[in-house]
Design a protein around this ligand. Structure first.
Ligand code: ADE
Length: 241
């Protein structure tokens, strides 16, 4: 997959050189390109923003500068992702859907955001445009949100995570539940013992215990996720929890 990130602060994307995403880039599984939006500005001050039509506080990013950048960076069939607090929620399902694209272009806005015509015009031209929010809070710009989304998507690409089984049981995975609690050695630490069942070697009972803990956690912390589970996703034993 190719991922392009366009920002006035390309250094913000530095962490993408680290860890699993960094390895995927180094090994060529991920073609990651970070661009400075100011490279497409056309005045000597390299201006990318202006005052909002209709008045109001702050500055808005100019559509002509973004248009020049996106025309150069988007390849046919590429998906334009615009991180914005007014977007649709970015969820694990959305991350999965983004893995179908051959290219993702992240347009990171700053200030009061990007002139609304940019998303509109690219959509009209047939580009898939996803305006996405990573949560109900406001960041200073799209860069941190792009970091979040790139990591969430990149780890789903074949070969990026060493053991693909880790993707199966995690929170927001196929079961639609939060992940059960996990433990490692030592079996006894600070007066707290690992639950006995996990030392028993009874695979079926361990699987049931983990499912029960996942259900309890989800009920306690994210009842909205349980409520959203379709009928038929819970068995009789689940209902007892
Ligand atoms: N830009 C600013 N806040 C954001 C958020 N919550 N999600 C995505 N992009 C943003």
């Amino acid at each position: 997959m190719r991922i392009d990130v366009v920002s006035i602060f390309p250094d913000y994307l530095g962490p993408l050189q680290l860890s699993l995403v960094g390895k995927a880039v180094a090994s060529g599984q991920l073609d990651l390109r970070v661009h400075d939006l100011r490279g497409w500005a056309h005045d000597k001050h390299r201006t990318v923003d202006d005052t909002p039509f209709g008045g109001g506080a702050g500055m808005v990013m100019r559509p002509d500068v973004w248009g020049a950048a996106l025309d150069d960076v988007l390849v046919p069939g590429g998906t334009l992702v615009v991180p914005t607090p007014s977007g649709e929620s970015f969820t694990q399902r959305v991350a999965e859907s983004l893995t179908d694209s051959t290219q993702l272009v992240f347009a990171c806005g700053r200030y009061e955001g990007i002139d609304a015509r940019v998303a509109e015009v690219y959509r009209e031209r047939g580009t898939v445009v996803r305006e996405l929010s990573i949560g109900d809070y406001v960041l200073n710009g799209g860069e941190v949100a792009a970091l979040v989304m790139v990591e969430a998507v990149a780890r789903l690409l074949p070969g990026v995570i060493g053991n693909p089984e880790s993707l199966v049981e995690e929170s927001h995975g196929a079961a639609g539940l939060l992940e059960y609690p996990v433990y490692t050695k030592p079996a006894s630490w600070a007066g707290a013992d690992v639950p006995e069942i996990l030392l028993s070697g009874h695979h079926a009972r361990i699987a049931r215990w983990r499912r029960d803990r996942a259900l309890e956690r989800t009920l306690d912390r994210r009842p909205d996720l349980l409520a959203a589970l379709e009928d038929g996703r819970l068995d009789r034993e689940d209902r007892a929890v």
